[in-house]
Ligand binder design. Structure first.
Ligand code: C5P
Length: 322
């Protein structure tokens, strides 16, 4: 039996990079948001042993460095299962694109594998295996609007934002995340930015997010006027002062991406940003019509632009298998 699953992408609604840690990772504070763009993963368990990856995209590794391979390799013994696991990846999301494609592929593989075997891991086991494979995997075990802390692998479901229409630009540039972090460190050393200064910047975003999340409950005027976070999520996001620190190191290296952010603004985005370390850029729009118009305009300008929508936790989980 072959299990077919959608493997959805994420964007980052703000990302602050904190201090480099002794283990080589960096402290992060980010809000992940799942979106409707996706790859398709097919998982089957056959007689025999081993793990086989099939993908027609030459940028996707077919060996044990593939995140799908790595998660199956860890999950099979914990599930107490035997067999040859065949994973077919129908790649539509950009590779090294900042949309978490490889991480999402691994989680879709894991949930597909559990269904194929009719066995389930415990929630804590799943999270721990996911975090071993990569910092961006656990968010896909939550879906919707997700707070990410630690190295990004500690994830907490946030109250879901209502669906927001967006346009995603996918320039043909692969950005290496480790290199972007290394460049961040180099610039901070040059700027003599101390660890406490970088932790202050994280606290600043933390306060912004906290105010953003609590305002609908704590602020009388906004609840009286009915213009709280749920009614106007875009305004609230902008007020929270969200930004993505990776822009500071990625834009100077790839000026085309800074132009993409500007183009999204000119096309009517209420908020535009790099996603993760890029190269994907996204813009948030007030309506589906506005996002679709902007995508048409941006494609005419030569950008690879797609209109899509954010996915709440419920729609993320209900659309994985249907
Ligand atoms: O966890 P993941 O495999 O995605 O990380 C890839 C690389 O990105 C790490 O080896 C590390 O160099 C860098 N990284 C980091 N801090 C994080 C996440 C990733 O420095 N919070």
């Amino acid at each position: 039996m072959t299990i077919v699953c959608r493997s959805f992408a994420k964007i980052n609604l703000g990302l602050r990079i904190g201090a480099a840690r002794a283990d080589g990772f960096h402290e992060l504070l980010t809000v992940y948001q799942t979106i409707a763009l996706h790859d398709v993963i097919r998982v089957s368990v056959e007689r025999g042993s081993g793990i086989e990856i099939k993908c027609s995209d030459p940028h996707v590794p077919g060996d044990d460095s593939n995140t799908c391979y790595r998660i199956v390799d860890r999950a099979m013994p914990v599930l107490g299962a035997k067999g040859r696991v065949v994973i077919e990846i129908d790649k539509r999301l950009p590779v090294q694109g900042g949309l978490g494609g490889a991480s999402s592929n691994a989680i879709a593989t894991l949930v597909g594998l559990e269904r194929a075997l009719r066995k389930k891991l415990g929630a804590a086991e799943r999270l721990s295996i996911a975090a071993e494979v990569g910092s961006d995997l656990p968010l896909f075990l939550v879906g919707g609007t997700v707070l990410g802390v630690g190295r990004g692998e500690q994830v907490y479901p946030l109250p879901d934002l209502p669906p927001i229409h967006c346009v995603v630009l996918t320039p043909e540039i692969g950005v290496s995340t480790p290199k972007a972090f290394a460049e961040w460190d180099r610039r901070n050393v040059d700027a003599k930015l101390t660890a406490s200064a970088s932790s202050d910047r994280m606290k600043e975003l933390g306060r912004g997010l906290s105010a953003w999340l609590s305002e609908p409950y704590s602020s009388a005027p906004s609840s009286f006027t009915g213009r709280g976070r749920a009614e106007n999520p875009l305004l609230w996001l902008v007020r929270a002062g969200i930004e993505n620190d990776f822009e500071q190191v990625v834009f100077p290296e790839y000026p085309e991406l800074c132009e993409g952010k500007r183009a999204l603004g000119h096309a009517g985005a209420k908020y535009a940003s790099l996603s993760g370390s890029g190269s994907t850029l996204y813009g948030l729009f007030v309506s589906k019509a506005a996002a679709e118009r902007a995508a048409v305009r941006l494609r005419k300008q030569g950008w690879a632009a797609q209109a899509t929508v954010t996915l709440t936790r419920r729609s993320y989980w209900s659309r994985i298998f249907d």
